[in-house]
Design a protein. Structure first.
Length: 119
């Protein structure tokens, strides 16, 4: 994986994100996590989309909301110097196209986390 993505070393923590909806209704996002020993199911998360102004079926906005909620929590934990929160990933994988990838970059840049690799 490190060679494929031109990383200096193999990532320890990888988070994978995807979102889904049923014809624009019931929007949800999912995060799965893997580490050196494999998948870490206890750290999987489901994000029910809560935004009032979310346009039904807007995959880019759904990705932005999910990643903002997840990484805003990381920033808060860092500010409070809390180590019991979710660790920062070495790599974020986005299931989607260029639009979702662009949304992910925007969120991490806005939160000051541009050092996290995204693919």
């Amino acid at each position: 994986l490190a060679e494929l993505l031109d990383l200096d070393e193999a990532p320890e923590r990888v988070e994978v994100y995807d979102n889904s909806h049923i014809s624009g209704t019931n929007p949800v996002g999912g995060m799965i996590v893997s580490g050196p020993e494999g998948f870490i199911k206890a750290q999987y998360r489901k994000f029910n989309m809560k935004s009032e102004d979310l346009t039904p079926g807007d995959d880019y906005a759904m990705m932005r909301e999910m990643l903002t909620r997840r990484f805003r929590r990381l920033v808060k934990d860092k500010e409070k110097d809390q180590s019991e929160g979710w660790a920062a990933p070495d790599l974020v994988l986005i299931d989607g196209g260029r639009g979702q990838l662009s949304a992910a970059h925007e969120v991490l840049d806005e939160l000051g986390l541009s050092e996290i690799r995204i693919a």
